[in-house]
Write a protein that binds this ligand. Structure first.
Ligand code: HXC
Length: 258
């Protein structure tokens, strides 16, 4: 049983929820907690009943960053040997869509974890930041790379060089989050979005995720080639037949993931 997260594989039909649960430490991401997220995602990715995964924290904090107390006494070689980013790389390979439901602090590794997710729904109380500079280091889990792709160079520079937090509204204006909702709605709005995606063909959903992510990894030509192959591949699925027949027959499709 995990100690620092709560996993609900059937939070709603086809929707799993992972709740970070170290509230006293504002969900600071220690190594065990990250390992628990990795293990849960591996399991949920294999679970055929799960189509969409939500990661959330609590109202005060999504996560206030990597656990500074755990890192404080470490040297470079300790950090190299711990190799915590293997865990992050594994999380990144999750094939099913992950939505972050964020309220309160999403800082440092917490902000980076939201960016490892595929979409972000923010409460109006959410605050995002890469404050590592204030403790003498810098982002290490994508905060200079994914943030720059999401919000552009000048905004990423300002956030990572000053460490200041930005509001949910500002994060929305910069393109970091999908939308901002009142605090009492951030989880239900995330579930609403998850349900919309869970109603689609899971194989098509997986290939869309792979194809969109490829836009950040490769040239346009290679990305388009992958997109085309994935498009053709979907014509091998029963869901394609069902989806197109349902359109012709003017009914809602019932996608099975076959
Ligand atoms: C360990 C943390 C923590 C963290 C908060 N806590 N953030 N412990 N690591 N990142 C602990 C505090 O020590 C405190 O415990 C308790 O949580 C409540 O925090 P407070 O500071 O008392 O709350 P508040 O005054 O409301 O301030 C909230 C805060 C502040 C602004 C979020 O806690 C803060 O600045 N935290 C650090 C944010 C940060 O620098 N994150 C980046 C980390 S580096 P006690 O026991 O004292 O009551 C990073 C690198 C990522 O993420 C690299 C890749 C993994």
């Amino acid at each position: 049983m995990p100690e620092f997260i709560i996993v609900e594989p059937e939070y709603e039909k086809h929707i799993a929820l992972i709740r970070l649960n170290r509230p006293k430490e504002l969900n600071a991401l220690n190594l065990q907690l990250m390992g628990e997220i990795r293990d849960a995602l591996l399991e949920l990715d294999e679970n055929p009943d799960v189509r969409v995964i939500i990661i959330t924290g609590n109202e005060r904090a999504f996560a206030a960053g990597a656990d500074i107390k755990q890192m404080a006494g470490k040297g470079a070689i300790d950090m190299l040997k711990i190799d915590q980013f293997r865990t992050w790389d594994s999380i990144r390979k999750t094939r099913k869509p992950i939505i972050a439901a964020v309220s309160g602090f999403a800082l440092g590794g917490g902000c980076e974890l939201t960016m490892l997710c595929d979409m972000i729904i923010a409460s109006e109380t959410a605050q995002f930041g890469q404050p590592e500079i204030k403790i003498g280091v810098m982002p290490g889990a994508g905060g200079t790379q994914r943030l720059t792709r999401a919000v552009g160079k000048v905004n990423a520079m300002e956030m990572a060089l000053t460490g200041k937090f930005i509001s949910a509204q500002r994060a929305y204006e910069m393109g970091l989050v999908n939308r901002v909702v009142p605090v009492e709605l951030y989880l239900s709005e995330t579930v609403r979005l998850a349900k919309e995606i869970a109603a689609q063909s899971p194989i098509a959903v997986q290939l869309v995720k792979e194809s969109v992510n490829m836009a950040f990894e490769t040239s346009l030509q290679e990305g388009l080639a992958l997109e085309r192959k994935n498009f053709y591949m979907l014509f091998a699925t029963e869901d394609q037949t069902e989806g197109m027949n349902a359109f012709v027959e003017k009914r809602r499709p019932d996608f099975k993931g076959e």
